[in-house]
Design a binder for this molecule. Structure first.
Ligand code: AMP
Length: 620
């Protein structure tokens, strides 16, 4: 692989995703094939069995709610049975089931259980295809961002998603760190910066010391279950409650299509309230009236004050996390030089006010909250792919977001690597046998903030096998826990006396097993090749259509002049306009069959125009 192969940075968001790159030293967002900067992180199987990703999937969500997956990021790397998954099950229109060994979550899509990593892989694959269409060459390497507060399981699953999408994941980096990289790009700053990142599903806050080209993350905090979706749910609950009260107890939650329309309307109105004090919500024919009665409509005036009242505690949660993180960093709000707002939700005036009040300063408005994370990822991807010129290196010193430790007697959690330790890092811990001739030890590795093991996230259980038989306490085994620059945890073990490496078997993880992952990657390879071929065909077809449109347009004046002289073919220009309009429409879509039909029609028009333009003046 040459250094010139393109690399990209991908912000894999809860609501939307963005892909970016660095070209001629400038970071920029790559528009998708429909010309948009943001691609909805939505995957669906349409009624005709076709797989849809992005805007096409989002567009049909209302009529196909059960087979449209959004906000998969909230489920990635989560354990079946966890509180977060239970909460999600209650509100999501699609169905969740347990994975084969009961540990992870699968989503039922098109009648089949699909792992969350595979869903995210679809979104990544779409962005990859967009990037390939833009570069005109294959793209196989990427940096992908995750919330700083993501634990090991969530990071591993995100990396697996990248592999399934055929991408070599150069690094997993934290979203706020990525935003800071983009903010500081080419500026030679000396500043204490806070990145406040409130997106569709997650909240992240990071404190960084930026010194020249060193980005030193001092502390991170967050909540992987706090974002725009939670604000929307408050609005939906309020609308549902009022609707039931006004319509004799009709429960909108029983109707998946109504619920999806309600969700869309709630989000739209909420976003509108960022710039206007009131918003009207109008959903005609929302549900059937029952007993043959007319359909019921929902009409409600929504105000910014009401929105702020409904979501007051959510904003307060953001402030509480901010306060804790600053405390962890040993930094007072007044010592912060700059607060960078990231994520679509920071457009909400009440959120901005909370930030302003807490820090006593105006937050920075100089970055684009939707794009800055992907741009930072692109900068990092570029730095990892091609060694930078001396003097222009950027050093990223990130930290681990949560305590890493093990289960000890009494159900307690013993921290081995505390949160906010700079990564990569490792720590060793000595274990000994508690019984004579004990040949194996089971170790549960967890991540979290609580002293009680069960309150924390179980990353995996490891069985140390083949310990040499001896009296209890005689064998000492050194276990090394390491956290990579990606924030991913590794465990290895060694018998201290013999120096022998001890085998470790993972008996429980919250994601796909390596075998399962390999099988999915193999299955996807054929699919990817097919898709790639169709992407290439699509691009070629589009190029031909674009050229034909330009050729026809160039001939229009000559044809018009010829027609003024001739009695024949007077409606040729009018007809051609119809063909051109259809061709432009086809260019925006991805329907190769339609593009082929349009190509034929354009060819006929072109021949006709050439003939007309070349026809000699009448009577000459
Ligand atoms: P992100 O995850 O950064 O793409 O953020 C997406 C979230 O930002 C969604 O919940 C959107 O509803 C929300 N959002 C986008 N624009 C606005 C806006 N103008 N006002 C309030 N929220 C917004």
């Amino acid at each position: 692989m040459s250094e010139m192969d393109p690399v990209v940075g991908i912000d894999l968001g809860t609501t939307n995703s963005v892909v970016a790159t660095v070209r001629d030293g400038v970071p920029l967002v790559i528009p998708n094939r429909s010309g948009q900067q943001l691609t909805p992180s939505v995957v669906a199987v349409a009624r005709n069995g076709k797989a849809l990703v992005g805007a096409l999937a989002k567009r049909q969500a209302i009529t196909n709610a059960e087979n449209t997956v959004y906000a998969a990021k909230r489920l990635i790397g989560r354990r079946w049975g966890s509180k977060e998954v239970e909460d999600a099950r209650r509100v999501l229109p699609y169905t969740l089931v347990a994975g084969p060994d009961g540990n992870d979550v699968r989503i039922t899509l098109g009648g089949k259980p699909v792992s969350v990593a595979e869903i995210s892989a679809q979104v990544l694959g779409e962005l990859r295809a967009d990037a390939e269409a833009w570069f005109g060459v294959p793209v196989s390497r990427a940096v992908i961002t995750v919330p700083a507060y993501f634990n090991d399981g969530q990071r591993q699953a995100t990396k697996a998603a990248g592999r399934i999408a055929g991408l070599e994941v150069l690094r997993i980096i934290n979203e706020p760190t990525s935003a800071a990289l983009a903010y500081g790009f080419g500026k030679k700053l000396e500043k204490k910066v806070v990145v406040f990142d409130l997106g569709g599903g997650t909240f992240d806050i990071s404190v960084l010391d930026i010194g020249q080209s060193v980005y030193d993350v001092v502390a991170v905090g967050g909540d992987t279950y706090l974002g725009g979706e939670d604000f929307d749910r408050r609005v939906m609950d309020w609308l549902t409650f009022n609707f039931a009260r006004e319509n004799g107890g009709v429960d909108l939650r029983q109707d998946k299509m109504a619920l999806q329309r309600l969700r869309d309307a709630a989000e739209r109105a909420r976003c509108q309230l960022s710039s206007t004090p009131t918003a009207d919500i109008h959903l005609p024919f929302l549900v059937a009236g029952g007993d043959g009665k007319a359909a019921l409509h929902l009409t409600k005036q929504f105000t910014r004050d009401k929105l702020e009242e409904l979501t007051k505690d959510l904003v307060e949660r953001c402030v509480a996390v901010t306060e804790k993180t600053l405390k962890d960093a040993g930094v007072r709000p007044a010592q912060v030089d700059e607060v960078i707002l990231v994520g679509g939700m920071t457009r909400m005036p009440r959120v901005q006010k909370a930030v302003r009040d807490f820090f006593g300063r105006e937050p920075c408005k100089g970055v684009h909250p939707d794009e800055v994370v992907a741009l930072g990822a692109a900068i990092q991807a570029h730095a990892l792919a091609a060694p930078p010129k001396p003097g222009s290196e950027v050093l990223l010193l990130d930290v681990t977001p949560q305590n890493l430790g093990i289960l000890v007697v009494g159900g307690y959690f013993q921290t081995i690597i505390p949160r906010n330790t700079t990564v990569p890092t490792n720590q060793t811990h000595l274990f000994t046998t508690v019984q004579d001739n004990q040949t194996s030890v089971r170790i549960a590795v967890l991540q979290g903030e609580s002293d009680k093991a069960t309150d924390n996230e179980l990353l995996g259980e490891f069985v140390l096998a083949g310990i040499r038989p001896a009296r209890r306490g005689e064998v000492s085994i050194e276990i090394t826990f390491d956290i990579s620059a990606d924030g991913i945890v590794g465990v290895s073990a060694r018998d201290v006396a013999t120096g022998q490496e001890q085998s470790i078997n993972v008996t429980a993880t919250s994601g796909l097993t390596e075998d399962e992952l390999k099988r999915i990657i193999d299955e996807n390879l054929d699919d990817l090749l097919e898709k790639k071929q169709s992407t290439v065909d699509l691009e070629r077809s589009r190029a031909r259509v674009t050229t034909a449109i330009a050729e026809i347009e160039a001939l229009v004046p000559a044809v018009q002049a010829a027609l003024e002289r001739s009695r024949f073919g007077r409606d040729a220009v009018q007809k051609a306009e119809g063909v051109l309009a259809r061709a432009r429409l086809a260019l925006d879509g991805k329907d190769t069959a339609e593009l082929a039909r349009v190509e034929e029609a354009l060819e006929r028009t072109l021949q006709l125009f050439k003939g007309l333009a070349a026809s000699p003046p009448q009577g000459a």
